[in-house]
Structures are given as structure tokens and as C-alpha cells.
Design a protein around this ligand. Structure first.
Ligand code: ADP
Ligand code: MG
Ligand code: ZN
Length: 491
């Protein structure tokens, strides 16, 4: 027999260590250091600009108070301590999308630090530390094109330059791609609840860079880390982490060494690609921003912001379990976004059985949203509409069998349950005379089954019920059909 000693001494097993840096665009009316609108997304290029965000010499920045407030709010929601004294710093580097050739960011005195986020999977839960939350500004956007001569060129759209950006840096306490996904989903939910950020990875309002290393299981030291960039969806982050952890494991197992570097995720090929090594890492030459005053957030202001915090996902989950009697699983699913949680509650206010509501929302509604790649914001079934459908279901106007079909039609067309069943003739047939005729027909058409039933083969009943359901195209009320058949067959 192989002892466990010999089997483990051969191969070292490695565990992943992951720390995430998230950039979230803040939902303020104006930009971080000027009065330009921050709602640049649907505007024509270069129409949301002024001397400040264009980086013109002699222009002076002003701190956006709403952005500071949203960052403090976020810090509080992430259990951070809020700095009594903080300031902005210049981070110097050159790139065509950086209008001033420096970014006004925060360096050694971030607004918030030392917090944590709780993530949970089923009944397990654990904390991921938050190292810091600070404020900075977004860059302009480069649009890459190919010219008529075949040469590439880039266009600069300055609308995004100066949009408030909040950076949230975790401790290296994430241990798998799964946990990273849970962390990001929880973080995004919290930001959405706070109204701090739309949280769209696809639109780039919520971006994530991942720092990854591996180390022998049992070791408490950190291995050399690699920073992975360019992931534009939750799925991309997940895949990139699986890939990168495996790549590092293989390098180490074949006797190689990890070099500290920045790698980019190539989503099409499903690999990370080396971009620059530490040798070429930038030296940002940070120094305090001389054009902005230091900030001393008053404790009274911080406490006033704390008092205005909305109910956050964890608290909502507890309330959904306690108040509505939902399972932990359903509650977790529903509080994943404030929109979903609000939708559920709006239906539950109009329909007494909250568990049924939870089933429909996390089941059919989520399935259709997924299949059509839409979000709840554009859903055409109002909470009142779903509540009405559930009431009609209880009354037997909509049959259990056809409910999903009716719901799907409501989802597709925005029509009410009543309209759908009327138009498509899906109203359940509970009319006795009509059903009696159908039952009679089925018995006449299948004398053998009738004889079988009367001879004691009770399973023949199921067949006959099926025939009636078929001839009514599923609209018969199965309970009534069953009762009628038992009556007639018994004669
Ligand atoms: P840098 O100075 O390169 O930005 P930091 O120490 O500030 O590095 O950490 C940046 C991010 O990298 C944080 O999220 C942190 O948790 C994570 N991190 C730091 N060291 C490691 C490591 N060895 N493995 C994985 N993640 C790490
Ligand atoms: Mg960094
Ligand atoms: Zn501006």
C-alpha cells in the first residue's frame, strides 16, 4: 500500500493567492476636478470638455464633493476607517489618453483603509480584507482605427477624461477564481446599492485588475505576483484567473521561476500574454498635488453619511430569510442586485406567498433575462403584472401547465396575463359541460383503456387524462378531468 507520505512528498501542491484592484466610475453629475458632465457615454466625442479636463496649462482643478462623499459612503459600507486627514497626489506618466501627463490620484493617504467584505457560498462565509479605497480620475478614451493607406491611427475622445474613479484594493486574501467572482459580485452589489456606480464591466464602469501568485500549500509567505489586465467581464476574470494560476503552477513545477510582470488577458485565445516586466515598471514619481488643498473630512459629516447608508446586501439577505421565510439560497440570489431585490419585494407586497414569488423571480424570470441577455431595468413584466399572473394561477384561470408559456409571452410582449390567455385561447377550461364532452370522447376513442381500468389496471387512468389534455391542447384543468374520469369509469 502506498502511504500518504510517499504520495505527497513527490509533488508540492500550490495554492493561489489573489488580490484584486477594482476601478469604479462614480455616479456623480460632474467630473472629478471640473464642472463638465460626467454622463459622457452617449455624447458625441469631445463635447464634455473644458480647459481642466483637457489638461490645458494654467487651468486649476476643484475637488468634487459628491465624489468624496460617495467614496466615504463606500468606505463605510466596506467597514473601512475614514481618514481624518487626506490629500491628492500626482501620479506622473505619459500616455496619449492622459491629458495632463499626470493623473490626480491618492498615494499614501487614501480616503479609506482597513476594511473588509464578507463573501459567502451556501452556509460558508469568510472575509476578504480591503486594503484601501481612494479617489482618482479616469483618462480619455482612445479609438483605434485603420486608415485608407492601411496604417493604424488613434482618435482621442476626451469626454471620459476626469470622470471620477474610485479604486478599491483588496488584500491578497482571495484563494480561488470562484472566490474572486464572489468578491466582485458582492462588491458590485454594494456599489449598486449605494448608487455609487452602475457596475457594468462590459461598459467599463466597473473594471478589475488581478494580482496573482501561487505558493506551496502551508506556506505563509507570498510568492512573486503577476498583474493581469484587460478583462472585460466577470467571466473573463474567472477564466483569466484559472489560466494564470495554472500557468504559474506549471512554471514552478517544471523548476522555473515566476517573473514579476504585467500580463494581458486575450479573451479570444483564452491566455494571458506578457506585456512588461518589473524592469520596465513605471516610476510614477508621486508627489502631493500642489493645486488642491488637503482634506479633513469632519467626523460629524462622516457620521451623517453613515446614518444615511441604505440597507446593504448582507442585511437584506437576513431580512429576506427572517421576514419572508426564504431559503438562504433564494435570499442570496435575490439580493445580488438591488434591482432584483426591489422587484421581488414589489411583487411580494401584492401577492401573499413570498416563496412562490422568489421561485418565479429566481427561476423563470432569471432564465429569460439570461437567455435574452437583458437586465431587469428593461423587463416588460411589471411587479403588479407578475402578482396578477400568480393570482390568476391560484384561481385556475391560468393553468399550472401553461403558466410558463403565459409568462414567457408576457415577458416577450409586455402584455398582461389576462390579455395573453384571452388572445391565445390559453384560458384553462374548467367548464364542466365542455370537459365532460371531452372526457366522453376520450373514452369512446379508447375502449381498451376503459376496459383495462375497469379490470383493475388503474394506470389506464393516466393515459386517458393525457388524451383529454392532448385534445384540449393542454388547456383542460387536469384536476377536474381526473375527477370526471374517475366518476365515469366507476359507472
Ligand atoms: P503594487 O505596489 O504593485 O501595486 P501592492 O502591494 O500595492 O502592489 O498590491 C496591489 C495588489 O496586489 C493588492 O490587491 C494586493 O492584495 C495584491 N498583492 C500584493 N502582493 C501579492 C501577491 N504576492 N500575490 C497576489 N496578490 C498580491
Ligand atoms: Mg497596483
Ligand atoms: Zn472639464
Amino acid at each position: 500500500m502506498i502511504t500518504s507520505e510517499t504520495s505527497t512528498s513527490k509533488a508540492t501542491s500550490y495554492e493561489p493567492v489573489i488580490g484584486l484592484e477594482v476601478h469604479a466610475q462614480l455616479l456623480t453629475a460632474s467630473k472629478m476636478y471640473c464642472g463638465c458632465g460626467a454622463d459622457y457615454a452617449d455624447e458625441p466625442p469631445n463635447t464634455r470638455v473644458c480647459p481642466v479636463c483637457l489638461g490645458l496649462p494654467g487651468s486649476l482643478p476643484v475637488i468634487n464633493q459628491a465624489a468624496v462623499e460617495l467614496t466615504i459612503k463606500t468606505g463605510l459600507a466596506l467597514n473601512c476607517s475614514i481618514a481624518e486627514a487626506t490629500r491628492f497626489d500626482r501620479k506622473n506618466y505619459f500616455y496619449p489618453d492622459l491629458m495632463k501627463d499626470y493623473q490626480i490620484s491618492q498615494y499614501d493617504l487614501p480616503l479609506c483603509r482597513h476594511g473588509w467584505v464578507e463573501i459567502e457560498q451556501g452556509d460558508l462565509s469568510w472575509r476578504v480584507g480591503i486594503r484601501r479605497v481612494h479617489l482618482e480620475e479616469d483618462t480619455a478614451r482612445l479609438v483605434h482605427r485603420i486608415g485608407p493607406n492601411g496604417r493604424p491611427y488613434a482618435l482621442v475622445d476626451v469626454n471620459r477624461s476626469g470622470v471620477p474613479l474610485m479604486e478599491i484594493v483588496s488584500e491578497p486574501e482571495i484563494r480561488s477564481a470562484d472566490q474572486a467572482r464572489l468578491y466582485l459580485m458582492k462588491l458590485r452589489a454594494i456599489l449598486q446599492y449605494l448608487g455609487a456606480c452602475t457596475g457594468s464591466m462590459e461598459e467599463g464602469s466597473f473594471r478589475c485588475d488581478a494580482n496573482v501568485s501561487v505558493r506551496p500549500v502551508g506556506s505563509t509567505e507570498l510568492g512573486t505576483k503577476v498583474e493581469v489586465k484587460n478583462m472585460n467581464s466577470f467571466r473573463a476574470v474567472y477564466r483569466a484567473l484559472l489560466y494564470e494560476v495554472e500557468r504559474q503552477r506549471q512554471v514552478l513545477e517544471s523548476g522555473g521561476q515566476i517573473v514579476q510582470e504585467t500580463r494581458g488577458w486575450d479573451d479570444t485565445r483564452g491566455v494571458t500574454v506578457g506585456q512588461r516586466t518589473k524592469e520596465f515598471a513605471e516610476d510614477y514619481r508621486y508627489f502631493p498635488e500642489p493645486d488642491l488643498p488637503p482634506l479633513y473630512p469632519a467626523r460629524a459629516w462622516v457620521e451623517e453619511i453613515r446614518a444615511r447608508l441604505p440597507e446593504l446586501p448582507d442585511a437584506k439577505e437576513e431580512r429576506f430569510v427572517a421576514h419572508y421565510g426564504l431559503s438562504r439560497y433564494d435570499a442570496q440570489n435575490l439580493v445580488g442586485s438591488s434591482a432584483t431585490a426591489d422587484y421581488f419585494e414589489a411583487v411580494a407586497r401584492q401577492y401573499p406567498n413570498a416563496k412562490v414569488v422568489a421561485n418565479w423571480v429566481t427561476g423563470e424570470l432569471f432564465r429569460l433575462l439570461n437567455a435574452t441577455q437583458t437586465d431587469l431595468g428593461s423587463v416588460r413584466i411589471s411587479p403588479a403584472g407578475l402578482a396578477e399572473m400568480l393570482h390568476l394561477l391560484d384561481q385556475g384561470v391560468v393553468s399550472q401547465r401553461l403558466a410558463k408559456q403565459v409568462f414567457e409571452e408576457m415577458f416577450r410582449t409586455g402584455k398582461s396575463a389576462r390579455e395573453v390567455v384571452a388572445e391565445q385561447g390559453l384560458t384553462q377550461i374548467s367548464d364542466l359541460a365542455e370537459l365532460e364532452a371531452k372526457v366522453q370522447e376520450a373514452m369512446v376513442a379508447h375502449p381498451q383503456s376503459v376496459a383495462d381500468y375497469r379490470a383493475g389496471k388503474k394506470q389506464a387512468l393516466g393515459f386517458l387524462v393525457g388524451q383529454v389534455m392532448k385534445s384540449t391542447r393542454g388547456k383542460a384543468n387536469p384536476a377536474v378531468v381526473n375527477r370526471l374520469l374517475v366518476e365515469k369509469l366507476g359507472k
